[in-house]
Write a protein that binds this ligand. Sequence first.
Ligand code: ADP
Ligand code: MG
Length: 334
Amino acid sequence: AAPVRFESVTKMFGKDVVAVDNINLHVEAGKLVTLLGPSGCGKTTTLRMIAGLEMATSGKITIGDRDVTKLPATDRDVSMVFQSYALFPHMSVLENVMYGLTFSGFAKDEARSRALDGLELVGLKGFDGRLPSELSGGQQQRVAVARALVLEPQVLLFDEPLSNLDAKLRRQVREDIRAIQQDLGLTVVYVTHDQEEALAVSDEIVVMRNAAIAQIGTPRQLYDAPNDRFVADFIGEANLLACQIISVEGDMATIEIEGYRHTLSSRDMPQGPATVAIRPSRLVIGAEQGIAATVAKATYVGVRMEYTLTGAFGQVFAVHDDVDAPLEPGAEIR
Ligand code: ADP
Ligand code: MG
């Protein structure tokens, strides 16, 4: 496994489309780093530049200590797993996984034994004789993962690998991908537009917006300390409320919303008007003191209650685990 580095990398399509705008990025060896952002922000293009399927317009890309900026895809020692599994329909599962191995010069017996090991790794032992059409979507994607894994690439790339799977399978396959990545110590760059998936699998998340990087951090850093509204809103849900910063001492700030004061951790901020982002699970509901609110909506979703609360501040979304004694719509609370 090797690290990947981008230095001031830009990708233009034609003269007008800036798909990736001057990004700097460092993916440590053996880590899983996710590119997360809305559709069209440049995730796939970034991934394809690592693979060598697109060439950078300017800047430098290194894998390990090799400058690969100008190298063709076949010389980069990288494999990619796509959203559409791209299996050969007329070949057996085993032949699909062996394909890249024989192509890159392994003798048939060695390729076969590596492919069988790969299938075992993704939980498909005994499926080697089947055709792709005889497998479920989740199993087909596992074959695609095995096919990429057996090449033992320096870097493994995933482009929205779970998009074609239903919710339950998505969770299972993403956990499997993460477990294999950690067991084998693989360098993985993983693309998704799904924030929950990104939070679940990543060592580090790169949030992209409009061809640029909005913020890089661990899942917890991004969730607890987003740099701006876009990141706060994109990673998980956030209630964005207008407030006044009354005072700042060290890394604590006292804010005021509708006459209620509260002290919280903050980056260095000037006094005055600001926006505070509050996670739905961090709102304390039914406190003695606090901001007056009315329960506008109460929804039971099994593991928790979801509330919409309204007041002079506007509207907030809150979640609470009081499923056995929920608040009723209309309740006046703080
Ligand atoms: P994402 O994967 O985040 O959805 P992409 O990297 O696919 O975004 O695309 C980034 C931008 O580059 C988009 O505006 C897209 O339309 C444009 N783009 C991507 N590939 C091409 C291409 N081959 N030719 C022209 N424009 C492209
Ligand atoms: Mg894409």
